[in-house]
Design a protein around this ligand. Structure first.
Ligand code: SAM
Length: 283
């Protein structure tokens, strides 16, 4: 199960519309919306989760994975560079807010659509002249932002993206499709007090968290939600997609990998939390 917090691409069915009618199609999607678990299945899942939680990782190892989180992700990108995650083509199905026709906002500072070269040169921060600003936190090597920039040609759009792995930002920054007039990458740790952003507070229309919060310690979620709120314009949107509770990925974790309730460490030192809808509504 995966969770999305906002719900149109023509070809892909939006969440809520993925209905399994022919058993042969079972592998067409990674989740189905009309398949209800039986109480027995639920009990079996609870049992697996409880088993894996029996011998948790000790405190000093837990601290190690927290302190070294950025290093583990750096190593991950050293090994996989940009070959691991698939481009997020479902993005526009689930988040139609990212399509140009849905991005009609008033200019915050009276600039003209798209601006001109003179205005761009006079910008006090990159993307100041844009009318619609999107920021992805935990962008990795750009599997979300590249499809976004490719499909959304709105000249008034500026995309910022950050990751705490310098290697990820290095790989993303050297991508042949990166257009710095439309996109500003930077290194940033979401759990830090100072995000060191290139944009000011209350300047963003959208903040994206795509499979990122799950990799962060749940104790930090509130801090990240508060920081995000500061950077959004009034009425701005936080778009979130991540793992749901009892995803098969959760049920596969064995004993000795559990860091905290529903939070685990993988063999490569990266971590994963599994959300309920209640978790993110509260945030
Ligand atoms: C599963 S990947 C998702 C990447 C990207 N959002 C995508 O859709 O392909 C999780 C990313 O979150 C980043 N990350 C984890 N903790 C972070 C933190 N505290 N601050 C910033 N980025 C973080 C990792 O480096 C990694 O690139």
């Amino acid at each position: 199960m995966e969770l999305t917090s906002s719900s149109s691409e023509d070809k892909r069915p939006q969440f809520g519309n993925r209905l399994l009618t022919d058993a042969d199609d079972v592998f067409e999607h990674n989740a189905w919306d009309n398949v209800e678990w039986t109480e027995e299945q639920r009990a079996a899942a609870r049992c697996k989760v409880a088993e894996a939680a029996e011998n948790r990782v000790d405190d000093s190892s837990r601290k190690h994975y927290e302190d070294e989180a950025a290093n583990y992700w750096d190593k991950f990108y050293d090994v996989h560079t940009n070959r691991f995650f698939k481009d997020r083509h479902w993005l526009f199905t689930e988040f139609p807010e990212l399509l140009p026709q849905n991005q009609q906002t008033d200019s915050p500072n009276g600039t003209h659509p798209g601006g001109n070269d003179l205005e761009k040169a006079a910008e006090s921060y990159p993307g100041q002249g844009a009318r619609y600003r999107v920021f992805e936190m935990g962008c990795g090597v750009g599997n979300t932002i590249f499809p976004l920039l490719l499909i959304n040609k709105n000249p008034d759009l500026h995309v910022y993206c950050a990751d705490f792995s310098p290697k990820a930002i290095e790989v993303l920054s050297s991508h042949k499709d990166l257009d710095r007039a439309r996109c500003t990458p930077f290194v940033c740790d979401a759990t830090a007090e100072d995000w060191g952003t290139p944009f000011p507070e209350e300047s963003l229309d959208v903040i994206l968290f795509i499979f990122v919060l799950s990799t962060i310690s749940p104790e930090k979620f509130e801090h990240i939600a508060r920081k995000s709120f500061k950077y959004l314009k009034p009425g701005g949107l936080l778009l979130f997609r991540d793992y749901g509770r009892f995803d098969m990925a959760q049920l596969r974790f064995k004993k000795g990998k559990c860091l905290d309730d529903n939070f685990y460490v993988r063999g490569d030192g990266t971590r994963s939390y599994f959300f309920t809808q209640g978790n993110y509504r509260k945030l």
